[in-house]
Design a protein around this ligand. Structure first.
Ligand SMILES: *[C@@H]1O[C@H](CO)[C@@H](O)[C@H](O)[C@H]1NC(C)=O
Ligand SMILES: *[C@@H]1O[C@H](CO)[C@@H](O)[C@H](O)[C@H]1NC(C)=O
Ligand SMILES: *[C@@H]1O[C@H](CO)[C@@H](O)[C@H](O)[C@H]1NC(C)=O
Ligand SMILES: *[C@@H]1O[C@H](CO)[C@@H](O)[C@H](O)[C@H]1NC(C)=O
Length: 378
């Protein structure tokens, strides 16, 4: 009997408890946060004292006694931002609400409660996180023909990806580029142009990386892309632009020369339209002819440029600039003519001809002389 009584007393003394249901609370910037705290209730709250304070420096966050809030000693950072659920106090609920979380609210909080049944305390930690965000590190991405392109997208991560939905779509017409939910790619509604060409970095999703990779860029990949993400923490979207470019191929050269003029021609393909410059011997601009044939199915412009000059031109430099890709193709053409040798040949030929003619004349003259002698001797 005595033993039972002792037990009951023991239970009564030991039974007062203060507990926090969440020892770690993630508070989100600008949103309210509820720091849960429960205690062994007493329907009569006239003796109840609730104090919330910061563990680090004992700053008072909120305090309640004489059946009302007592905020004289409240730390200024928490002024007008905190409240208790007063109507729940008699049920043992001493939870604290912080109205709009600020970065400095992160830290350790102590919930201290005493009533007729006892006194107790419990510690919890609040960590802070910016509100849910989706961002693209590059708002403008330059994608190069036939090369892979990574469209970066980041979001406020949640290690649990079971509720994660990632959708990449084209802004212009809402075509689906890639989509992921139920922890896997969902490509039923993917636009056919992107079929087998896109992938997410699935192992990076829990870190907040929703970047997409396009395997080999095509001209029609140029445009606006929306990265739309939602998880347990929120929903957001970010927009980015992809520009397409193709470096110009090594120019094919052809040269035509006749007796009076020469014609140099270059042909090449790339995207977008280039700047073409022809320079002469003294870096002077030369007149030229330029043909640009419209963008073909493979997304390239065909360029043909011709420069004509009167002989004897020696140096011509063809320059093609693809400003989008910072490509600068410079191809000098150096011509040399063997004109001196030709002149010598002509002189030699002329001298030889004169010598020949003189020889012939001499032979004829000798023959005539001989005949004349024979006639006179007859
Ligand atoms: C305390 O009461 C508030 C308001 O009704 C509620 O949101 C919260 O979950 C309660 N907390 C606990 C620990 O019971
Ligand atoms: C996402 O992960 C990929 C693969 O590791 C990486 O190349 C890329 O830079 C990451 N992107 C972002 C935005 O973190
Ligand atoms: C030489 O070529 C130029 C241009 O290619 C042309 O205008 C000219 O008539 C040609 N001259 C001769 C002698 O063929
Ligand atoms: C032609 O160009 C070459 C190479 O740039 C240079 O060495 C040469 O001096 C130039 N000739 C003339 C006549 O400008």
């Amino acid at each position: 009997m005595l033993w039972l009584l002792l037990c009951v007393v023991d239970v009564l003394v030991a039974s007062f408890e203060v507990t926090v249901p969440n020892k770690h609370l993630l508070a989100i910037r600008d949103r309210p946060a509820v720091l849960g705290c429960e205690f062994t209730p007493d329907p009569d709250i006239s003796n109840l004292v609730v104090t919330w304070q910061r563990q680090e420096d004992a700053r008072v966050v909120h305090s309640f006694y004489y059946q009302q809030n007592q905020l004289d000693r409240q730390s200024p950072e928490y002024q007008t931002r905190t409240s208790l659920y007063v109507s729940e106090l008699h049920k043992g609920n001493a939870s604290l609400r912080i109205a709009a979380v600020r970065p400095k609210d992160a830290g350790l909080y102590m919930c201290i409660v005493s009533n007729t049944k006892g006194t107790g305390r419990a510690l919890m930690e609040v960590s802070y996180e910016a509100s849910f965000e989706v961002t693209v590190p590059n708002k403008h991405l330059l994608a190069i023909r036939d090369r892979p392109a990574v469209l970066g997208c980041e979001f406020t991560p949640d290690p649990d990806i079971s509720n994660l939905v990632v959708t990449w779509q084209r802004q212009e017409d809402a075509r689906v580029v890639h989509s992921f939910y139920y922890q896997q790619d969902q490509l039923d509604r993917q636009s056919p142009e992107y079929h087998t060409r896109t992938s997410l970095y699935v192992s990076e999703l829990h870190k907040g990386n929703a970047s997409i990779r396009i395997a080999a860029v095509r001209p029609k990949d140029a445009g606006w892309y929306l990265c739309i993400v939602s998880n347990t923490k929120g929903t957001g979207r970010a927009l980015m632009q992809v520009t397409y470019g193709a470096p110009y191929s090594e120019p094919r050269i052809s040269i035509h020369v006749n007796s009076s003029a020469l014609k140099v021609q270059f042909e090449t393909e790339g995207f977008p339209k280039p700047e073409v410059i022809w320079l002469g011997e003294h870096d002077q601009n030369l007149n030229y002819h330029l043909e640009i044939h419209g963008q073909t199915e493979d997304g390239l412009y065909f360029i043909k440029s011709i420069c004509e000059a009167q002989k004897p031109v020696i140096n011509i430099t063809f320059t093609l600039k693809n400003h989008l890709l910072n490509q600068n193709l410079q191809r000098p053409v150096v011509l040399s003519y063997d004109e001196d040798t030709t002149d010598h040949m002509i002189i030699v030929l002329a001298v030889l001809s004169v010598v020949c003619i003189l020889l012939v004349i001499g032979i004829i003259w000798l023959a005539v002389q001989k005949q004349n002698k024979q006639r006179s001797s007859l």
